[in-house]
Write a protein that binds this ligand. Sequence first.
Ligand code: GLN
Length: 346
Amino acid sequence: MKNFKDITGRLLIVAIAICMVAGTAVSKAQTGGALTPEKINAALDEAYTKFKDVTEGKNADYIKELARVDPKIFGIALVTADGQVFTKGDITSMVSIQSISKAFVMAQIIEEQGHQAIQDKIGVDATGLKFNSIVAVEEHRGKEINPLVNPGAIAATSLVNGADSAAKWKSILQFQSDFAGRQLSLNVPVYISEAGDNLRNQAIAHLLLAYGRMYFDPAEATDIYTKQCAINVSAKDLAIMGATLANGGVNPVTKKKVVSPQTVMYTLPVMATAGLYDDSGIWFYNSGLPAKSGVGGGIVAVCPGKFGIAVVAPPLDEAGNSVKAQLAIKYIVEKLNANPYLIQPK
Ligand code: GLN
C-alpha cells in the first residue's frame, strides 16, 4: 500500500510539473516570451534603424538655448528592474531634463509629505491643456491641476522641504541624482537662457499665490523650478531613473532606496494621465505605459516591475513631445509585448 501511495504521489508531482512547463510554454508563446537580452537588443536596434532618419518635429525654441541643441541626437536606453542596461545610438550626449524632472519632484514630495499633500495642495487631475496653460489655473482657481504641468510643478517645487532656496535646490538635485544613480549637474547656459525669459512661469506662480496654492516665495520657487528643468541627462540616465520607478523606488543599478513602493504607486498614475501633456491620452492608449516627456527632447516610460525605457531626440511635435522618442518607445514596447494591459486569458 505504501508503495502504491509513493508511486501515485510521484506521478502526481510529475503531472503537475508537466502542466507547469506546458503552461509556461503556452503563455510564452502567447506573449512572445520572457524579456531576454537578445530580444531587448534586437528591439532597440530595429527601432533605431527604423526611426533614425525621421526628420519630423522641431527643437523647442521658446527657450533659446534649446534651439541650438543638435537635432540629430538620438539615443535609446532600456534598464531592467534588475539592473541590466541596454543602449543604442547616442547615449553620451546630454540634454536638459526639463519637464521630466517634474515626475521625480512629485515623487520627492510624496516621499517627504505623503501622497495626500499632492492631492490636497496641488491636485491630480489632467488639465487637458498645454503644459504652460494659464487658463488651466484660472479655470479651477488654482485647483484640479497636477504636478506634471508647469503650474502644479512650480507648486510642487515650492513644497520641497528646505529652509531656503539653496536648501531646496540642493535637495532636488540630490533626489534626481539618486534616481539616476550618479551625481547630475546643471546645464548653466540652459538655466541662464530660461531664467532670463520665464515671465510666463513667474506669472503662473503669482497667480497660484493669489489663489493660496503657492507654498514658498513665487519668484524663488520659479527660479528653483527653472534650475531643476536645466539638469543635464543622457538617455541612459533617464532610463535608470525610470527603472528606479519600475523597481518600486530602489535604484536597480546602485541598489539605493530612493523612495518607497507606495510613493511609486502614487506617482505612476499621474504619469499615465498627464505625463505627455495634452497628448497623454493618445500616448497611454497606444503604449499602456506611464511616461514623462520634456521639451529638451527626452521621454522616459515605465513598465512596472519590468523596466524603464528612455529616448533622447530633441525635435518635438506640436504638443511638445519628442517625435522620435514616441515612435521608438511605442515600437519597442510593442515588440517586447510589454504593454501591461496585454492580458492573456487564463
Ligand atoms: N522649463 C520648461 C518650461 O517651464 C519645461 C517645459 C517642458 O518640458 N514641457 O516651460
